[in-house]
Design a protein around this ligand. Structure first.
Ligand SMILES: Cc1cc2nc3c(=O)[nH]c(=O)nc-3n(C[C@H](O)[C@H](O)[C@H](O)COP(=O)(O)O)c2cc1C
Length: 185
């Protein structure tokens, strides 16, 4: 969405759907670095609760959404100027809820500026190694992929001890998203 009269709209996508997730701590860390003039849409995939993809055609084919949940999801992502995808590392990849939410759309991801923030062991390198090419395949404009490591940046219980380089990467990543946002007046 590009408008010169509305504030820029940044989606923060929370990809874990577990009740006792640490995703909220990581999402809040991201949120605190977002400038106040940016409108945030906190997109909790547990609340969005999409069923397993049920469209009759691949979204890349351009077919219009056929269900209310598909239409609402498409409209929500289409309303964004940029997004941060916050994701845990599950079995060396992304949670199924995130992949399912991504699979629902194509045009809405295309050219969308996106910053990826993963967390897990080994600096979440495995999930980012899957998610970054997936988003590029959908033609998203991936500005960076930041991996927070258990034992380095946070504990498995969600206590933050973010390294300076990771905090700087977040600041730089959000700045890169802002460079791509429409100018507000
Ligand atoms: C199904 C499942 C698979 C997991 N696999 C991995 C893994 O491959 N690598 C890793 O670093 N952590 C793994 N973990 C540990 C998660 O990183 C950890 O539970 C983290 O808190 C998940 O984020 P969440 O609490 O926001 O859901 C796994 C956790 C779950 C629930």
């Amino acid at each position: 969405m590009t408008s010169q009269s509305t504030p820029s709209r940044l989606g923060i996508i929370v990809s874990s759907a577990r009740p006792n997730r640490i995703a909220d701590v990581v999402s809040q860390w991201v949120r605190e670095s977002v400038p106040a003039e940016v409108t945030i849409d906190l997109i909790d995939l547990a609340e969005v609760a999409l069923p397993a993809f049920d469209g009759s055609a691949a979204p890349k084919s351009g077919v219009a959404p056929e269900s209310d949940h598909h239409r609402a999801w498409a409209e929500r992502i289409d309303a964004l100027d940029a997004a941060v995808i916050v994701t845990p590392q599950y079995n060396g990849a992304y949670p199924g809820a995130l992949k399912n939410a991504i699979d629902y759309l194509y045009a809405e991801w295309s050219r969308l500026p996106v910053l990826l923030v993963g967390y897990g062991w080994m600096d979440a390198s495995e999930v980012l190694a899957h998610l970054e090419p997936l988003m590029r395949r959908l033609d998203a404009d991936v500005v960076d992929a930041i991996g927070l490591g258990f034992g380095e940046d946070l504990s498995p219980q969600g206590e933050l001890s973010i390294r300076a380089e990771k905090a700087e990467a977040l600041t730089a990543g959000l700045a890169a998203l802002r460079e791509r946002l429409p100018v507000s007046v």
